[in-house]
Design a protein around this ligand. Structure first.
Ligand code: NAI
Length: 253
């Protein structure tokens, strides 16, 4: 199993934020399936407990942590306590994200700040809390879930695209800071993936979007989870500071 340390070493411990549904849930199931204990973080415990049950029914291991990622203090404390309770922290996937779309002329300061706080600042706070326990074991995989909006822009998403582009600069900087300690830091930037976040888009827009994709289909959550599994694996130790667009050929950059 790619994510399990060799030679009977303890199982790897992964933290996944926004793990209650959509892409985060698929990532959590994927990492648990490859042998990791997965600490599930999201705002409310109920949906996370359902994900934990799925993991446990399949023979895996998971824990539930209800935290608002915008609460920096609690987020950092939670990650530190996961690392201390489990005795290690190997993989961090910053996936929790929100949108507050509007054209720039109508976008409020509040909607700008809220998106930056959840989609960018919380990821920094989580990375900072995870780095120390990863350094202790001289091994770590940090994966920040960006977006193709942060790479090529998207009208109505100045706040979201700024946060997601910010993740790329932050991840490259961290990659340079801690690469020598065996820790890689990468961004995975999904294109259009069918989840609750994108459920509201009208069918004609989805049809247009699909026509522009090289693979001629919208993305599934598993498309992102498989990419995360590779970037989190033992074999991906030479991949760092990258922004991997998993987008069906939308951007090709
Ligand atoms: P979703 O809306 O289905 O799920 C988001 C998850 O984040 C949920 O578990 C939610 O509870 C959690 N979350 C939101 N705000 C939170 C907060 N303040 N504290 C803790 N947890 C919070 O979204 P989806 O589609 O699964 O997206 C996951 C990530 O992928 C996001 O970062 C999103 O920006 C990114 N993405 C999604 C795309 C798509 O097409 N669905 C495209 C590009 C990027």
């Amino acid at each position: 199993m790619a994510d399990t340390p060799a030679n009977n070493a303890p199982r790897r411990v992964a933290v996944v934020t926004g793990a209650s549904r959509g892409i985060g849930k698929a990532i959590a199931l994927q990492l648990a399936g490859s042998g990791c204990h997965v600490a599930l973080i999201s705002r409310s415990a109920g949906p996370l407990s359902e994900v934990r049950s799925l993991i446990e029914e399949a023979g895996g291991s998971a824990s539930v942590h209800a935290v608002d990622a915008a609460d920096s203090g609690r987020l950092a404390e939670t990650i530190e306590s996961i690392a201390s309770d489990q005795g290690r922290l190997d993989i961090l996937v910053n996936n929790a994200g929100i949108t507050r779309d509007n054209l720039a002329l109508r976008m409020s300061d509040e909607d700008f700040d809220t998106v930056i706080n959840v989609n960018l600042k919380a990821c920094f706070v989580a990375c900072r809390a995870a780095i120390r326990p990863m350094m202790k074991n001289k091994w770590g995989r940090i994966i920040n879930i960006g977006s193709t909006s942060g790479v090529v822009g998207n009208p109505g998403q100045a706040n979201y695209a700024a946060a997601k582009a910010g993740l790329v600069g932050m991840s490259k900087s961290l990659a340079r800071e801690i690469g020598g300690k065996g820790i890689t830091v990468n961004v995975i930037a999904p294109g259009f993936i069918e989840t609750d976040m994108t459920a509201g888009l009208p069918e004609n827009i989805k049809t247009q979007l699909t026509a522009n994709l090289a693979v001629k289909r919208l993305g599934a959550v598993e498309d992102i989870a498989h990419a995360v599994a590779y970037v989190a694996s033992e074999g991906a130790g030479y991949l760092t500071g990258q922004c991997l667009c998993v987008d069906g050929g939308l951007t090709m950059c």
